[in-house]
Design a protein around this ligand. Structure first.
Ligand code: UD1
Length: 442
């Protein structure tokens, strides 16, 4: 395994056991005021890190969020033999130089969903890739058929060998062939995985029914900056002309629309007044529309600065969680927490995942009136919430209980906060700066 160079900012070792034993203790009642700077987008950064495997040159990524999923993916890349250096808390220098094994270690792959995106680059460059199914939140069936059938369409053979999926290119390294590929579902990571593989395939690839999420678009822009030839970016049909090789570049990770949305909801929920700095406001229309309909003031002060405030009462709004540009499924649970404080009945339909409802039971422990039926939830409000001992059951369910804790009377203790660490950089510090009484304790 190629050692990664020493760095003054080592990638934190995963301290799962410690994080699992830690909790947030939140004293409710704060009205959030001030400015919060939004971190880099988790889902963009993780895909970008996987893209580093496509070249031996240096890929410098700035604005990488300092989150657990980035640490675990770094460790996975290092385990493959790749070079990963952390130049400062949010800057990585990565390279596929030194990759010496094509088998992703199971314990790191199962840490997060994005890890499976090492498969496409490895298969394209080295002609072989092997991995167990990815991990990530338990938010329903998370199949990988879209990824695998995309690889197969490009000539790869995919077999199940024990726990592993093993993909082999037809004639070794660099032998994937461009193809016309229809994705059965516009999967975000599936589109990214297949798109990365196609950049180095021979000939032309068309991906039909591609995901259009901003993070997918950004990955395509990064790949083009590395020498790929992708057009149709942002459309459901992507056209890719394969190239011989990709080169290094420097690229800034876009800000995180889900983190920005979470703080916007926090401001709205507490009747506060918060300025979101470096928020990707242009890709958050669905949320702005729903918040406005709920009686929240949303003001664009500058292209990437949004002020979110509320004085009057919250009104119930119904919504569906949909692929982009619909309201993001990752904001479903945070929005549900908000709607416990809205006057009236809100109906939520989850259209992306089949088990996004883990938060419902936790919010009910705090006094929320929510019933869920399959992929729908009905929220009646406003209900006074009270502190309770609750769990962050996944990263966004965790955000929902944190939001509820902000307005709950008394003290809320949130367990299993390693889930929140996966996606929120310095959550407690950012909330404290906005006036929240929150401590992280062992
Ligand atoms: C990504 C995001 C996650 C977000 C989700 C939807 C990352 C690391 N995570 O997850 O935060 O909530 O997009 O915006 O980027 N599906 C299939 N076959 C497949 C793959 C997926 O049917 O091969 C289905 C899933 O069952 C699910 C839906 O597609 O119902 C969405 O999944 P997908 O877009 O793949 O989400 P992820 O990429 O896992």
């Amino acid at each position: 395994m190629a050692p990664s160079a020493p760095t003054p900012y080592p990638v934190p070792r995963m301290t799962a056991t410690r994080a699992r034993a830690e909790r947030y203790v939140v004293h409710g009642g704060a009205v959030l005021r001030g400015t919060v700077r939004i971190s880099g987008a988790k889902n963009a950064a993780l895909a970008f890190m996987c893209a580093s495997l496509l070249t031996d040159d240096d890929l410098i990524l700035t604005n990488v969020p300092d989150i657990r999923d980035a640490w675990s993916l770094s460790q996975l890349l290092v385990a493959l033999g790749a070079t990963v250096e952390r130049l400062d808390a949010n800057t990585f220098r990565l390279s596929g130089r030194g990759v010496s094994t094509y088998e992703a270690p199971s314990e790191l792959i199962t840490e997060n969903r994005a890890s499976f995106q090492v498969m496409g680059p490895m298969l394209a460059r080295h002609g072989y890739a092997s991995s167990v199914p990815p991990g990530g939140d338990v938010i329903g069936q998370r199949p990988i058929d879209v990824h695998l059938s995309g690889f197969e369409a490009m000539g790869a053979t995919v077999t199940r060998e024990g726990e592993h999926y093993v993909a082999r290119a037809p004639n070794g390294p660099g032998s994937l062939r461009g193809a016309r590929i229809f994705l059965d579902y516009p999967s975000v990571s599936g589109t990214q995985n297949v798109m990365m593989a196609a950049t180095l395939a021979k000939g032309h690839t068309t991906i039909v029914n591609a995901a259009t999420e901003p993070e997918v678009q950004q990955l395509a822009h990064l790949l083009n900056a590395m020498g790929a030839r992708i057009s149709g970016i942002g459309n459901q049909i992507l056209e890719i002309d394969g190239v011989e090789s990709l080169h290094g570049t420097e690229f800034r990770v876009m800000p995180d629309r889900i983190e920005a949305g979470t703080y916007a909801i926090a401001a709205a929920m507490t009747g506060g007044d918060v300025r979101l700095e470096d928020a990707p406001a242009d890709v958050m229309d669905a949320l702005w529309m729903k918040l406005t309909a709920a009686g929240v003031q949303v003001e664009r002060e500058a292209p990437n600065i949004v002020r979110v405030a509320r004085e009057g009462r919250l009104r119930a709004v119904s919504f569906q969680a949909l692929p982009y540009p619909g309201l993001a499924t990752d904001l479903h649970a945070p929005m549900a927490a908000l709607l416990t404080q809205a006057h009236g009945v809100s109906i939520i339909h989850e259209r992306v995942f089949d088990n996004r409802m883990l938060y419902v039971g936790e919010l009910r422990k705090m006094g929320a009136e929510i019933v869920s039926t399959g992929s729908s939830a009905i929220v009646s409000g406003p209900t006074p919430l009270h502190g309770a001992r609750v769990r962050a059951l996944d990263v966004r369910a965790g955000a929902a209980v944190m939001l509820a804790a902000l307005v709950a009377q008394g003290t809320t203790v949130i367990d299993e906060i390693h889930h929140l660490d996966r996606g929120y950089e310095r959550l407690d510090a950012k909330l404290r700066a906005l006036g929240v009484d929150v401590e992280r304790t062992a």
